[in-house]
Design a protein around this ligand. Sequence first.
Ligand code: SAH
Length: 363
Amino acid sequence: MNNGAPKTNLVGLTKPSIETFFEGLGAKPFHGRNVLKWIHKHGVTDFDAMTDVPKALRERLRGCAEIVLPRIALTQPAGDGTTKWVLELRDGQHVETVHIPDGERSTICVSSQVGCALDCSFCSTAQQGFNRNLGVDEIIGQVWLATRELGQTPTNVVMMGMGEPLANFDNVVPAMELMQEDLAYMISKSRVTISTSGVVPALQRLREVSDVSLAVSLHAPDNALRDQLVPINRKYPLEVLIPACKAFIKDDKRRKVTWEYVMLDGVNDSIAHAKALIRLLEGVPSKVNLIPFNPFPNTRYRRSPPERVEAFRQRLKRAGIISITRKTRGDDIDAACGQLVGKVRDRSRRQLRRIPVVMENRQ
Ligand code: SAH
């Protein structure tokens, strides 16, 4: 029927695109909206179960469309309630999704790329290099799978998994629309967070189309150090990045930029660094997340001692900057970006299937 053209994976279509797709089939757009609801709200992947879609239309859909999701290759629960899923994509690549429950809040950390090109010196995903962008279907598919696995929609999504979301703008933006879509996951814009290392032109574009929350991987208060830790700083230095982040929240008093700051022993964690950070963020509505470094094999960095993290936090607090120290979650399952995929990739596919669901890293 479709002359051998590849089938369209409906999982990756936003409301306007599924309406257009159905119109292209000569069907009414509301059938498209219904199918979107079946897929994302009800988790249905079989056209025949979509009882309000006319039988003839279901028949046509089977010829030109499909509903395909990533497959869970490995589930690793940690003692603290965190769960990490390694997902296998159609081409055999792997990415990670992490679920972090915290009281009423249930956050999933979603990947945007297979690997990453940005080469941040403290990040284990960087060691894998860049492989490819995820499609809209593969990004929203992580929310689909988490919703089904958890038996409920997560309350929050953070685009903080593998990859740089703003380097995959065209797929990340529609996926974030689907997260917020009333017919799908209905997560409010303030509970969808994009985390970026600072791809400034893409951030400026995003400002025009989306009001999601913004987290920025700062990690250093001056260009010399940030050039070392987050090399994209050489292209978009702090004097360009900070105003772009400030502009992103559009003077909305309810919004703040979240700055992520990984605490690296002896590198960026002194009181002098805290003072420089206070000066840098002057006039920017800010919240600082101090992140304990998650070590991985062959890294040259160490986690800052807790007293130093606390002294840093207190210094920011005295200057009126809200700052929290992120709890280390899922330490025993390598919840830091990319670590588990790194391990899985080192094994053969045959062995992969035999990896038991255990806490591998527990000493
Ligand atoms: N590329 C995006 C999102 C992915 S990284 C970004 O840079 O924001 C998500 C967060 O985890 C970033 O703040 C990143 O700097 C941090 N991170 C990466 N490796 C880490 C590690 N080993 N320990 C702690 N945090 C890490």
